[in-house]
Design a protein around this ligand. Sequence first.
Ligand code: TRH
Length: 391
Amino acid sequence: MPTPLLPDSIDGVAGLPLRADIFCRVVDNFGDIGVCWRLARRLARDLGWSVRLWVDNLASFQRLEARIDVGSPSQSIDDIQIIEWTAQPPKLTPRDVVIEAFACDPPAEFVAAMAASRPLWINLEYLSAESWVQSCHGRGSMRADGLKKFFFFPGFSDGTGGLLREPGLLDERDAFQNDPEQQRAFLTRINVDSDARALWQRGARIVSLFCYPSAPVDALLEALARNDRPTLLLVPEGVAPDLVSGRTPEHPRLTVQRIPFLSSSDYDRLLWCADLNFVRGEDSFVRAMWAGRPMVWQIYPQQQAAHLEKLEAWLALFPAPLSTLALIRAWNAEPGADRDGQTPQLIREALGGCGDAIWKTVSKQFAADQAEWPDLADSLADFCAKNVNNS
Ligand code: TRH
């Protein structure tokens, strides 16, 4: 008989802190660890869970969380135990809940131990606004070894797991957005130089840029340079590496400023500061949505253009003007003559006229509407409380 992992009293009590293993494999980029670290902190800090986070790439993790010691196979940060997931992972007993991020397959030995201790096993899926998500969210699938795996889908509507949102996030955002002094201090801290800050104080628009190499960045530069309103374009380290800080005589209304790759909380502040955010993948997209400012999303490209359906599903939800939708589609189009010829014009149209004002209003409202749903960590905790002894 396996030893019970939970005190009897937990049965059916929603929200009681549990003990979890979260598995994260960094496929590429930062989204996998970005989401897992955010979830781990929500569960540990805000819900009192005891969390063990297994990560196969500490170097990527360190870009987001400077306190990570890449030489340490086991470390604790903010009461979260971080285990380096190597080819020979440590033999640890599975906890009450095992969360596998994005179908990353926990190690075989660990799964064998799960067959004995029978934790609640959850696969946290990628975000999609597609309607089929509601019918699959929360469903379980029985495996040949007798273990059941549940599929937990983030999403934008009732019947999904929602989106990660820290308590008080929108209030903190509002306080920051209403306080130019906090913004000035922040811009100084992230190395925006005094000339660039002066430009912003004289009314230049701030645009942040986080994109994949395929994005039509030249078209963006051309459009911003021709726009009536001067622009300060802030570009974190590693993004669009050819861009250099400064202003060219040909483009006097566009100033580029390179900034460091920011911590998660500073990246939020960047998104809150900017008038327009270019974001990509999954996590920066959600953070830009919470910023409540206009954003252009570059979706993570998939084979056979499967990502374009996901993009359309989100565009169908987002009540933006047609000029905004056209710009977002162009930003995600395959590189080619047509796209590059049209994009500067589409950007200019989206940033000009009444479309610009409507885009601002709907962005703010969309964030407020989404914040009415329970966030993903609360939904997950609720799901676990209901299912932890029935798996
Ligand atoms: O890095 P990404 O392209 O990650 C992608 C997506 O998640 C995609 O869905 C997944 O399949 C693929 O990885 C493997 O984009 P994303 O999701 O926005 O993650 C970036 C993270 O980096 C996010 O947490 C924000 C964070 N970030 C900072 O903390 N500081 C910064 O300066 C920047 C630019 C980003």
